[in-house]
Design a protein around this ligand. Structure first.
Ligand code: DGL
Length: 279
């Protein structure tokens, strides 16, 4: 790779969730250039098997490396929970996940910790294990919330039905008298207004997005890779419909992005035939 400092950071999610990480990056690391990929053709990720998710992340990382990224931030808890270790062993680019930074942030805050996340993240127990590793005395309750991502992706945040669904998912955690709630899926920050209207006021919400961006900054400093030149405009790519993503993301970005479409599987096939020709 050439000049690492000026190379972009790659971030990815199944859809709109990663925008919460993107916004934290804009806020904390405004000088960095960013490539955002959303695998909208295959969302939601939350009900996928670990094998499928690992393969999806492999494809995304292969594409990201070809775009010349200096680092990748998994802006998806589901991928961080099931694919991070394997992917790190397969790629040279540094890859950061949300689980450990999020778990550390929660443990600093409280002892009775609730987690809302996708089914795949809950089933992996990744957050629970990470929290207990940092503080064995902490207690953790996990709730899988499969209805949230489809509601957010179909722009139904202010729908009364969404509030009823949130009430259903949060009540068991409120009954346990949690003091801390982790948004264990990057999409959920988009619902923070709904959560606030349901949760007792003493419950502190932890958004792992902010913590992974702090970890990203530390990593960049360590490597001497912080960008000092003016950043490039963020490049957006999706596997599904670019117009739909542009329309839906505008609300969270505050501007209408230009979005390109990428066919990851075709890209993988081309990569394989190029490397076969080289051999
Ligand atoms: N936003 C992702 C996460 O943090 C994935 C959600 C999904 O596609 O189910 O887990």
């Amino acid at each position: 790779m050439g000049n690492q400092q000026q190379s972009p950071i790659g971030i990815f999610d199944s859809g709109l969730g990663g925008i919460t990480v993107l916004r934290a990056l804009y806020h904390q690391l405004p000088q960095e250039s960013i490539i955002y990929f959303a695998d909208t053709d295959r969302l939601p990720y939350g009900n996928r098997s670990p094998e499928e998710l690992i393969q999806f992340v492999r494809e995304i990382l292969t594409w990201m490396e070809a775009q010349g990224v200096k680092m990748v931030v998994m802006a998806c808890n589901t991928c961080s929970a099931v694919a991070l270790d394997i992917i790190r062993s397969e790629f040279n680019t540094p890859v950061l996940g949300l689980i450990l930074p999020g778990a550390r942030g929660a443990v600093r805050q409280g002892k009775r910790i609730g987690l809302i996340a996708t089914q795949a993240t809950v089933s992996s127990n990744a957050y629970k294990n990470a929290i207990l590793e940092v503080n064995a005395a902490a207690e953790v309750w996990q709730v899988a919330c499969p209805e949230f991502v489809p509601l957010i992706e179909s722009n139904r945040i202010n729908d009364p039905h969404t509030k009823r669904v949130a009430q259903k998912y949060l009540q068991p955690l409120i009954d346990q008298d949690i003091d801390t709630l982790i948004f264990g899926c990057t999409h959920y920050r988009h619902l923070s207004g709904v959560f606030k209207s349901i949760l007792p006021s003493h419950v502190v919400c932890i958004d792992p997005a902010e913590h992974v961006v702090t970890a990203t900054e530390q990593e960049l400093e360590l490597m001497g890779w912080k960008n000092t030149a003016p950043p490039m405009p963020t490049r957006f790519a999706v596997s599904g419909c670019p117009e739909q993503f542009a329309q839906l993301s505008q609300r969270w970005l505050g501007y209408m992005p230009t979005v390109e479409q990428v066919a990851l599987q075709d890209f993988m096939t081309a990569e394989i035939s190029v490397s076969a020709t080289r051999e």
